[in-house]
Design a protein around this ligand. Structure first.
Ligand SMILES: *[C@@H]1O[C@H](CO)[C@@H](O)[C@H](O)[C@H]1NC(C)=O
Ligand SMILES: *[C@@H]1O[C@H](CO)[C@@H](O)[C@H](O)[C@H]1NC(C)=O
Ligand SMILES: *[C@@H]1O[C@H](CO)[C@@H](O)[C@H](O)[C@H]1NC(C)=O
Ligand SMILES: *[C@@H]1O[C@H](CO)[C@@H](O)[C@H](O)[C@H]1NC(C)=O
Ligand SMILES: *[C@@H]1O[C@H](CO)[C@@H](O)[C@H](O)[C@H]1NC(C)=O
Ligand SMILES: *[C@@H]1O[C@H](CO)[C@@H](O)[C@H](O)[C@H]1NC(C)=O
Ligand SMILES: *[C@@H]1O[C@H](CO)[C@@H](O)[C@H](O)[C@H]1NC(C)=O
Ligand SMILES: *[C@@H]1O[C@H](CO)[C@@H](O)[C@H](O)[C@H]1NC(C)=O
Ligand SMILES: *[C@@H]1O[C@H](CO)[C@@H](O)[C@H](O)[C@H]1NC(C)=O
Ligand SMILES: *[C@@H]1O[C@H](CO)[C@@H](O)[C@H](O)[C@H]1NC(C)=O
Length: 828
């Protein structure tokens, strides 16, 4: 019993001792401050969420066991002055951290104060990206920065293929810096903000009306609205009034709309009809059991306190309190107490008499330690895992893309920085094996304003009273490309046909007028025509405009619709060149050698024959050698007409014309479509093309390019080409003979003629010799047999028969006959 009593006493002493340690080491309570706008869409939710979080922390046995978390709230309104005053007031009470503010503008000024006393500022709603700058080392954020939101927005614009947007924003730190981030992100994707419409902080309906009404003359129809939550949705009610919620418009909004809409009570949901077709972003909050518990608790509370609305900022506010609580807990494990010193605050001016005693502000001792602990936070909150990146922003879970359709808020997909758009939540994608590789960018169907599901073009020719001014050259030669008809003043031609056809592939009406340029007597100068686009005299030029470097510097060209490489055109059916083609297998040297060798053999034979045969009358007296000179003189002369080309080519270099012409392929093709005796020789020796010229950055250039590519792919371009250039067979086909290397009989008639001439000459020589022999023979015969032969000699047929008999005799016999004749008195 006694022993038991001793044991009991010892345990009791131990308990008292331990409790003494706990009580002496841990402060009873720790203060944290909160400065925000109580009466606002975000503030109402945040207030309730923070109160809930504080009571949860205080009832949690692990975090801050034995220490009460005390939240001191001050209303900053929407005002940097009141916000700063609130910050001073909470700092006076010795707070370890300040939660809030929700407004970026207030955050800028409070950050500087907090920095002076080493108290960190943790915001659940200030999204201004510049707050992450090194200027504010104590600013933390449990909500995604707008730099991320704007990346998502720019991605959404790019994803839908819009090139230019109009931004409506609140002209304060939040709006301006958000838009600046959007501008950077768009620039990275080579898109742009065409107009920035600034709203003042306390904007009214008149101001919005004026602002939106002026956009009717702008071409882009994609609006990005980046303002503060506005329960009256004034901007959209004005847009409705101005007929700007129709199918040609696109309205994209940042997370403010989701925050506004979710805080509507069910009765108020009717006003959703005003934002039908709007597409917005909302911070993505991954599904978790913590989140579901929190939401169900919230709903119960909402029933008790009927006018408490709800939005995702509630999650962030709740987690912010927990992040601070976790950090204080860790801090207290190292440092016994949270203490403040008066040491370092001589930077704060002496200000008595304005109600706040600034000299009472004390510096958080070991505050930088606390900031370190805070930056290493890692716990799972209701909005997901809470961790801070090196720029003190919470590591984000991305965004939901929402679309208001049939008075419901529909989530149509997700966006995250590493996987882009998907219909699967990013945290599930991240768990898959190859999240980056396998993700294809897609969203569910979106219903746009006007109720259509097909994506609006986002760009129109705004003012129908002002059609596009399209310059067209009034050509004087090669008028088939483009010109104005003299009598009817109709503009027509190959280029015009392509332009009109391409317009059919552009899914919207483009009002335009053609403005012919030039006097019709000579072709206009194309460089100055292009310059007129730059000078805003014309919006575009349609015609045979070559795409060359210094033109691309001042205008945007569409995709090329015709190749305009330089080619050589020359006669292809000249009999002269074809008949002697057999000469080509051997070079001129070779032919000289062959000729010389023939000559030499001839000489040798002649010498040999000459020695053995006295009657040999010698070889052919002369040999004809034809030399061919291919003198290539070319015609570089633009603005010539097809008729001039043909005349020059027909005359040939010897007749004052040319042997070949160098010109751009389309002109040559048109020329060849009328002439069949000429063709393209060899390969083109430059590569260039024609396109339509537009003003710099005109979205029409892009649409026209797409249309031209579609024309080319569908074969329409070729059809138009054939219509204009293939009246007498396509010149291209003429050039490419199916069997180009085959030699025809016509190629050899020169050779055959040579043979024939030589043979005939030889035959004639032979005959002459025979005849002379025959005549000589007959003369001798006459001398021997004098009178009897007189009768037969006069008979013609007899002479012929005798002659052929003579020919028929062998050379030897003839020689014998001559020797007989020479010795008539020989007895034999
Ligand atoms: C902790 O510090 C506060 C003042 O900052 C002081 O009021 C409190 O008594 C201290 N608590 C302990 C347990 O030292
Ligand atoms: C919290 O403190 C109480 C006494 O103050 C103690 O009984 C309890 O074990 C502590 N809980 C934890 C988890 O430390
Ligand atoms: C998004 O991801 C890229 C790389 O994929 C990274 O450079 C960038 O910093 C990220 N942006 C944010 C806001 O996390
Ligand atoms: C919009 O502007 C036009 C002129 O640009 C004006 O005629 C019209 O009355 C304005 N509409 C409103 C609602 O202000
Ligand atoms: C509910 O709203 C009314 C007025 O709208 C306000 O007077 C009251 O304080 C609100 N209650 C809560 C708990 O916010
Ligand atoms: C806390 O601050 C005091 C005084 O500034 C300093 O002496 C001490 O080393 C600091 N403690 C830690 C853990 O940094
Ligand atoms: C954060 O905590 C989780 C577990 O709660 C752990 O898996 C993760 O590695 C931690 N991250 C860091 C950066 O410490
Ligand atoms: C989305 O639109 C396409 C065609 O526009 C349609 O085939 C498809 O069924 C739609 N999907 C949903 C989920 O409505
Ligand atoms: C393009 O360069 C040529 C000379 O190379 C010049 O004559 C012409 O004016 C230039 N055109 C433009 C639009 O600068
Ligand atoms: C060559 O020209 C003649 C007339 O000079 C014409 O009959 C013939 O068809 C032409 N041949 C070719 C291949 O064009």
């Amino acid at each position: 019993m006694k022993q038991f009593m001793v044991l009991y006493l010892m345990i009791w002493i131990c308990v008292i001792f331990l409790c003494g340690i706990v009580h002496s080491e841990k402060p009873e309570s720790v203060n944290i401050g909160a400065v925000f706008t109580f009466d606002s869409v975000i503030g109402r939710v945040a207030k309730a969420a923070m109160e809930m979080a504080v009571s949860d922390v205080n009832s949690d046995p692990i975090v801050l066991n034995g220490t009460k978390l005390n939240l001191i709230m001050k209303d900053g309104r929407c005002n940097a002055f009141l916000g700063s005053t609130g910050a001073f007031q909470v700092l006076e009470q010795g707070v370890a951290a300040i939660i809030g503010p929700q407004s970026s503008a207030i955050a800028h000024s409070i950050s500087q104060i907090a920095d002076a006393v080493k108290v960190p500022l943790i915001s659940y709603a200030a999204t201004d990206p510049t707050l992450s700058s090194l200027q504010f080392p104590l600013f933390f954020r449990t909500v995604q920065s707008d730099s991320e939101q704007m990346a998502a927005m720019a991605n959404l614009i790019d994803f839908n293929g819009w090139k230019e947007v109009i931004v409506v924003f609140l002209d304060d730190d939040y709006g301006r810096n958000g838009v600046s981030a959007l501008s950077d992100e768009l620039e990275n994707r080579r898109l742009k903000i065409s107009h920035k419409l600034a709203l003042s902080i306390h904007f009214d309906l008149d101001e919005i009306t004026k602002l939106l009404n002026q956009t009717k003359v702008f071409n882009p129809r994609v609006f990005v609205v980046h303002i503060n939550p506005d329960p009256r949705l004034r901007i959209f009610s004005v847009a409705h009034k101005l007929q700007m919620m129709t199918s040609e418009y696109v309205w994209l909004v940042t997370d403010w709309l989701a925050a506004t809409l979710y805080s509507f009570s069910p009765v108020n949901q009717k006003s959703l009809s005003i934002v039908e077709g709007v597409v917005g972003l909302r911070q993505h909050i991954p599904d978790s059991s913590k989140k579901r518990d929190f939401v169900s608790r919230w709903k119960k509370m909402q029933k008790r306190v009927a006018n408490t609305s709800w939005n995702s900022y509630g999650f962030f506010a709740y987690d912010t309190v927990w992040a601070v609580a976790h950090s204080i807990d860790k801090f207290l494990k190292v440092h016994d107490n949270i203490t403040f010193s008066l040491r370092d605050n001589n930077m704060v001016p002496h200000t008595e008499g304005i109600g706040i005693q600034l000299e009472k502000l004390k510096t958080f001792v070991n505050g930088s330690d606390f900031v370190n602990i805070l930056s290493l936070s890692n716990f799972s909150g209701v909005s997901g895992q809470i961790r801070f990146s090196s720029d003190r922003n919470v590591i984000s879970s991305g965004y939901d893309v929402i679309n208001i359709n049939q008075m419901k808020i529909n989530r149509v997909g997700y966006w995250s920085n590493h996987s882009g758009f998907s219909v699967v939540p990013p945290e599930i994608l991240a768990k898959q094996k190859h999240p980056r590789v396998s993700v294809d960018q897609k969203l569910e169907n979106i219903t746009w304003p006007g109720g259509k599901t097909e994506r609006p073009r986002g760009w129109v020719i705004a003012d129908n009273a002002k059609p596009l001014r399209i310059g067209v050259p009034r050509r004087a030669s090669f008028v088939e490309f483009v010109t104005e008809l003299q009598d009817s003043h109709k503009i027509q031609g190959y280029c015009i046909d392509i332009f009109m056809k391409a317009l059919e592939f552009i899914p919207y009406e483009i009002p335009f007028v053609f403005k012919p340029v030039g006097n019709g007597k000579s072709n206009p100068n194309y460089d100055s025509l292009v310059k007129k686009i730059d000078q805003n005299v014309y919006d575009a030029v349609v015609g045979d405009i070559a795409i060359v470097t210094n033109r691309t510097k001042i205008v945007d060209f569409s995709q090329p619709f015709a190749s305009s490489s330089l080619v050589i055109v020359a006669p292809i059916n000249s009999s002269k060149s074809n008949a002697w083609v057999f000469l080509r297998p051997f070079s001129a040297d070779m032919w000289c050698i062959i000729g010389a060798s023939f000559l030499m053999i001839g000489v040798v034979i002649w010498i040999l024959e000459h020695r053995v045969n006295d009657e040999f009358r010698g070889p052919p007296k002369k040999q004809l050698v034809t030399m061919f000179m291919f003198s290539l003189s070319t015609l570089f002369k633009t603005n010539s007409s097809p008729e001039e080309y043909a005349v020059a080519l027909r005359n040939g270099p010897s007749g004052g014309g040319v042997a070949a012409i160098v010109d751009e392929l389309p002109y040559v093709e048109l020329f060849l479509s009328k002439e069949t005796e000429f063709g393209i020789i060899g390969q083109p020796f430059t590569r260039s093309s024609w396109g339509f010229a537009f003003q710099r950055d005109s979205p029409l250039a892009l649409d026209m390019s797409t249309a031209i590519l579609k024309l080319a792919e569908s074969g329409e371009l070729q059809k138009i080409h054939e219509k204009w250039f293939c009246k007498m067979g396509c010149p291209g086909e003429r050039k490419s003979n199916p069997k180009p290397d085959q030699l025809h009989l016509s190629s050899f008639w020169g050779l055959y003629l040579s043979c024939a001439v030589i043979s005939v000459v030889a035959l004639i020589l032979f005959l002459l010799r025979i005849i002379s022999q025959y005549v000589g023979f007959k003369q001798r015969q006459k001398d021997i047999v004098a009178p009897s032969s007189e009768q037969s000699e006069s008979h013609c047929s007899r002479v012929v028969v005798n002659f052929f008999n003579f020919i028929d005799k062998k050379e030897d016999a003839i020689k014998k006959m001559f020797t007989q004749c020479d010795n008539p008195h020989n007895p034999n």
